[in-house]
Design a binder for this molecule. Structure first.
Ligand code: FAD
Length: 391
């Protein structure tokens, strides 16, 4: 088997892998850099997958840069459709489907995979999840000519897809065990308002229940829910959450929890192996969003270029792409401790402030016209993660 040798190897060509490579190249133009990816390596904006329909964007229009351009800009070798079989952290070596690679430093940007639901029924395999551009192409092809769409999962991504489908002329049903949308991120009063406003726009909600079976019926699909409700549907999209890709790290003996465990230097438990993005849990925090990746990539690039740097997460509000219910969320950090939501509402929307026992603002949620207050409130928030080293 051929053996190659690189100073830095990055596994993954998603936002995490490519942003890190770009930041690293700003600091080091000569290191031998290899990016290995399981997919086709095109650079695209994943957040756009859940609002491309109404914006009339085809999957091809979501491609920001082809892989040839990435190779040139990053002065990197990029191996595509390549799987990693194993990592030997002591020998600083990995085995891939294209051969063995010796690395100086290794970065895991492996992302996360859609949660698979335990569905019964002859058509259970018809369900599709969209977490990359390839799956999005399939989604768009299969959506052709379909009218009644069921989205499983009333979380952030599920609600975004449902709103996009609604705005592009489909009928949408949203099903999930939560008692209100975005229940992991929103206080109940806001979730209920979101549910009400989106119902007025056309969302059909089937909350506090799960999909148990999917069968074929009359050329379409019949969904049976846990409370025996039956729904007719033409197409089912599952957005039931993501599970970080930790298997490769686990098999290599690295410490994992929900994600691959890293400290504030993005270092795993093995020497010279780092992780960032949706696969990584930074000092106990798993934040599968764009802003944490951008901040992590900048800090890690410096560390890899011989300037050890602790990651600092500033406040990073998430703008939810539900245009029929504008929403911005800056969840209180888990370590924030005690506090409570103070919620005010008027005709222009809701403002929920999470205030700590010392009266400091720790998080917020803004809806509708109140989203305009995002910047001024963000300035008042503390960092999500400060540079103090992990205990
Ligand atoms: C529909 C949708 C909308 C979103 N909208 C927003 C938003 O509005 N705002 C926001 O902040 N966040 C949003 N997010 C989240 C954000 O897009 C992700 O956090 C981010 O794109 C994750 O990037 P990543 O590089 O960590 O993972 P990925 O993009 O999943 O990349 C992982 C890479 O690893 C490769 N890989 C995995 N395993 C292996 C292996 N064994 N060998 C080789 N290669 C491997 C894959 O091929 C891929 O290239 C959204 C997510 C989705 C799904």
């Amino acid at each position: 088997m051929p053996q190659s040798e690189y100073d830095l190897v990055i596994i993954g060509s998603g936002l995490a892998g490519y942003t890190l490579a770009r930041e690293f190249r700003k600091l080091d133009t000569t290191a031998r850099l290899l990016i290995i990816s399981r997919d086709d390596g095109v650079f695209y904006s994943k957040p756009m997958l859940s609002n491309a329909l109404a914006g009339n964007k085809t999957p091809d229009q979501l491609v920001m840069k082809p892989v040839e351009k990435m190779r040139e800009e990053l002065a990197a070798d990029i191996w595509l459709e390549t799987d990693i079989t194993s990592i030997d952290s002591q020998a600083h070596q990995l085995v891939s489907s294209q051969g063995e690679v010796k690395y100086g430093q290794l970065v895991l940007g492996l992302g996360a995979a859609p949660r698979q639901l335990p569905l019964q029924g002859e058509a259970a395999d018809q369900v599709i999840s969209v977490n990359d551009l390839t799956a999005y192409r399939t989604f768009r092809q299969q959506l052709e000519g379909k009218q009644q769409i069921t989205v499983i999962g009333p979380g952030l991504v599920g609600c975004e897809f449902a709103n996009d489908l609604l705005r592009s002329g489909h009928q949408v049903q949203v099903v999930g065990p939560d008692s209100y949308p975005l229940s992991l991120l929103l206080p109940e009063a806001i979730g209920q308002r979101m549910q009400k406003v989106l119902a007025e726009k056309g969302f059909e909600w089937y909350l506090a229940r799960t999909v148990d079976r999917i069968d074929r019926q009359d050329g379409g699909l019949k969904l049976t829910l846990s409370d025996a409700t039956e729904l007719q549907s033409d197409f089912v999209l599952s957005a039931a959450g993501l599970v970080p890709n930790i298997e490769l790290a686990q098999a290599a003996g690295l410490k994992v929890n929900r994600g691959i465990e890293v400290d504030r230097r993005l270092a795993t438990s093995a020497p010279d192996i780092y992780a960032l993005g949706d696969c990584a849990e930074v000092d106990g925090l798993w934040l599968p969003y764009v802003m944490p990746i951008m901040n992590a990539a900048r800090a890690l690039a410096k560390t890899l270029a011989s300037e050890p740097t602790d990651l600092v997460y500033p406040p990073m509000p998430v703008v939810v792409k539900t245009p029929d219910f504008p929403l911005v969320i800056s969840p209180p950090p888990k370590a924030a401790g005690d506090g409570q939501w103070q919620i005010e509402s008027d005709d222009s929307g809701l403002r929920a402030l999470f205030v700590g026992t010392d009266e400091r603002l720790l998080g917020f949620v803004l809806t509708e016209e109140k989203v305009k207050e995002k910047q001024s409130l963000t300035k008042q928030l503390p960092n999500v993660l400060d540079s103090a080293p992990s205990p």
